[in-house]
Design a protein around this ligand. Structure first.
Ligand code: NCD
Length: 293
């Protein structure tokens, strides 16, 4: 059966455990060209540094061919509808199409028009499933397991697809999730613990996921300045002290606004580990979607 990954709920807990186990093997270099002769197309309608190249490296490590559609020069700027662009690319016979779009729901809608697996590389403020999977993988490695652990998400949670996907996945794996943000960055979920002061959360947290303020999604400036935001929500080495707290961030980091220089260099900060793990997790996701049919 053709499968897609449009949000974290597309995979059961058992399937996610399998994917993360596979990712561990891949991380140890234990892989071959299982996707040889398969084609993966990347279409990114929003900027990306890590996610697009991570999918490309992942697909190539397993022997697949990769085509990156340059959206700025594609026919979408000539008025072609998104579904027409997708069905035309689909006609070239890719096994998977990885898509990022600023509108929530685009990957899900396109999945109805194509014969290849759609992988969501981030849609608006809705979902970023592979980021959540790689964050879970990274947290599991650091903490043994997230079960019963306290995980704090800090930042512009309301506008963050990363937060959305992480909350769903972490809660499904029985972590205690706490959200920390100013009122206007706090989502309206009722089933998650919410705190407004960073100091209150770090007393008993095992890990923090810091998020960037999603200025591109704000209709008008919410904080007087990012400096003002940083005064209350920046993760600093001074704040963390000698506590055993791991720190994650999906990138791009607003240096000295989200996290200070000293903490970014600290060995408890796993930002580059996330990038490394991300390739292995995406290899496992692509392999599952393409070969498990
Ligand atoms: C994030 C994204 O684009 O959703 N980055 C990423 O994929 N690693 C987070 C962000 O842009 O802040």
């Amino acid at each position: 059966m053709l499968r897609h990954l449009t949000d974290t709920r597309d995979f059961s807990k058992e399937e996610i455990k399998e994917i993360l186990l596979k990712a561990s093997q891949f991380l140890n270099g234990d892989y071959t060209d299982t996707l040889k002769k398969k084609l993966v197309i990347n279409i990114f309608f929003e900027n990306s540094t890590r996610t697009r190249s991570s999918f490309e490296v992942a697909a190539k490590r397993l022997g697949a061919e990769v085509v990156n559609l340059d959206v700025a020069t594609s026919s979408s700027t000539k008025g072609e509808t998104l579904s027409d662009t997708a069905t035309n690319l689909d006609a070239m016979g890719p096994s998977a199409i990885v898509i990022r779009h600023s509108n929530p729901g685009v990957p899900k809608i396109l999945s109805r028009y194509v014969k290849s697996s759609i992988v969501n590389g981030g849609d608006g403020a809705y979902a970023h499933p592979t980021q959540a999977l790689l964050d879970l993988f990274t947290l599991n490695k650091a903490l043994g397991s997230v079960e019963g652990k306290n995980i704090t998400i800090v930042g512009d949670i309301k506008n963050s697809r990363v937060a959305n996907s992480n909350i769903e996945l972490l809660q499904r794996f029985n972590a205690n999730v706490t959200l920390v943000a100013p009122v206007h960055f706090m989502p309206s979920y009722s089933n998650v613990r919410k705190l407004y002061k960073l100091e209150d959360a770090i007393k008993d947290t095992d890990a923090i996921i810091s998020l960037r303020t999603q200025t591109e999604r704000h209709q008008y400036p919410i904080y007087a300045s990012l400096k003002d935001y940083a005064l209350d929500y920046k993760i600093t080495k001074k704040l963390i002290g000698d506590k055993k707290i791991f720190l994650l961030h999906p990138g791009p980091v607003h240096r000295n606004i989200d996290i200070d220089d000293d903490m970014l260099e600290d060995e408890r900060t796993l930002v580059l580990k996330q990038v490394e793990n991300g390739v292995a997790v995406r290899m496992a996701v692509l392999e599952k979607l393409i070969l498990d049919r």
